[in-house]
Design a protein around this ligand. Structure first.
Ligand SMILES: *Cc1c(COP(=O)(O)O)cnc(C)c1O
Length: 356
């Protein structure tokens, strides 16, 4: 394995108030960097003081969005240890995203070791207040200094760390969702929806603005061809419980394969609950709501873990789900996933990777 060069900062920052962290606003003292040069491969892995990175204004990622990223968290357990939740899955997915955006693969095992080393250096930054964690953002940007449209010959891999607060500091409040019928997040076949790349987020901003303008929290995305099938909600995967059946859209190429989604499906199976991965049309959803069969709905993702949906607006029809309260299945998933992540519950599937 390549040796990681460490340069520690002379100016450690004052740590922010753990009870007022918010999300993605504070960053730790150090970051991990590694370069890629064609013919040489990935080289010069290093941990350096956190700070600006220089880029030529013509560099590829700034113009053609050749970049990919990941998002995961480090959790501090009651005995002070720091642990990760299924990090191998994140590095595997990062490489899948790299394939789609023609970015060279990273060595997944090396990336995990490098991440552990970075977190060990930043251990004191991992929050200890309930619900707070250290958010981890690995990303790769194309760095070749040329305006021509083709895959870059040089890249930068970077990992930054952000102590972040409890997503549910004000309780597990259900969100209000608006069904987006004008804009699509991702194309259905051959697009980038299944990959974690900034372009998908750029495409989603306008719908988020529209949702907020209409007094909603997030947009529910429909498929890009027929505007008929449910795909995701905001930047989360989505689950519905209809007449006893738990349904989540199948991964058909336009849906991001969430690690929280995968974990939720496993837990539901463990509990003997029927989960179906299949297409779900907005008409079926509306009909279920009309007939009082829409028992529960929730989103899944690393940031919120489980985000119950309390209200769904489709056209002029507004449906209140489970009396605008978190339902029993969403609550059980939330308690179990966060219990495993923070080390309060046993980890039957070996999802936890101890860090430091
Ligand atoms: C990251 C992401 C998710 C959730 O994935 P997790 O691995 O569960 O965090 C869902 N949808 C989109 C569009 C995403 O970018």
């Amino acid at each position: 394995m390549m040796e990681i060069k460490v340069t520690l900062t002379d100016h450690p920052k004052a740590k922010p108030d753990q009870n007022k962290l918010g999300f993605g606003r504070h960053f730790t003292d150090h970051m991990f960097l590694m370069d890629y040069t064609a013919g040489k491969g990935w080289h010069d892995p290093r941990i350096v003081p956190y700070g600006p990175i220089t880029m030529d204004p013509c560099c590829a990622c700034l113009h053609y969005a050749q970049e990919v990223f990941e998002g995961l968290k480090a959790y501090r357990t009651a005995d002070g240890q720091v642990q990760l939740f299924r990090p191998q899955e994140n590095f595997k997915r990062l490489n899948t995203s790299c394939d789609r955006l023609v970015i060279p693969h990273l060595d997944e095992e090396f990336c995990l070791e490098a991440l552990k080393k970075l977190i060990e250096i930043e251990k004191d930054w991992v929050p200890s207040v309930p619900g707070a964690s250290l958010y981890i953002r690995p990303f790769i940007i194309a760095r070749q200094e040329v305006l021509g449209v083709h895959p870059s010959v040089s890249y930068l891999y970077c990992v930054i760390l952000s102590p972040s607060g409890d997503y549910y500091a004000n309780g597990l409040a259900p969100v209000k969702i608006y069904v987006e019928t004008n804009y699509v997040r991702a194309a259905s076949f051959g697009g980038m929806g299944a990959y974690k790349t900034g372009g998908n987020y750029a495409a989603s901003l306008i719908a988020q603005e529209e949702a907020e303008r209409q007094g909603y929290d997030q947009a529910l995305w429909l498929d890009g061809v027929e505007r008929k099938y449910v795909e995701e909600v905001g930047s989360m995967n989505v689950f519905f419980k209809i007449d006893g059946e738990i349904i989540t859209p199948n991964l058909d190429g336009s849906i991001l394969p969430g690690i929280t989604r995968k974990s939720a499906i496993q837990l539901l199976a463990d509990w003997g609950m029927k989960v179906t991965e299949r297409k779900l049309s907005i008409q079926e959803l509306e009909q279920a709501a009309r007939e009082g069969k829409l028992d529960e709905a929730w989103g899944t993702g690393t940031a919120a873990v489980i985000s119950p949906i309390g209200e769904l607006k489709c056209g002029d029809t507004v449906t209140i789900i489970n009396d605008n309260k978190i339902g029993p299945v969403s609550q059980r998933l939330f308690d179990t996933l966060t219990g495993i992540q923070w080390g309060r519950l046993p980890d039957p599937h070996n999802w936890i990777v101890p860090c430091c």
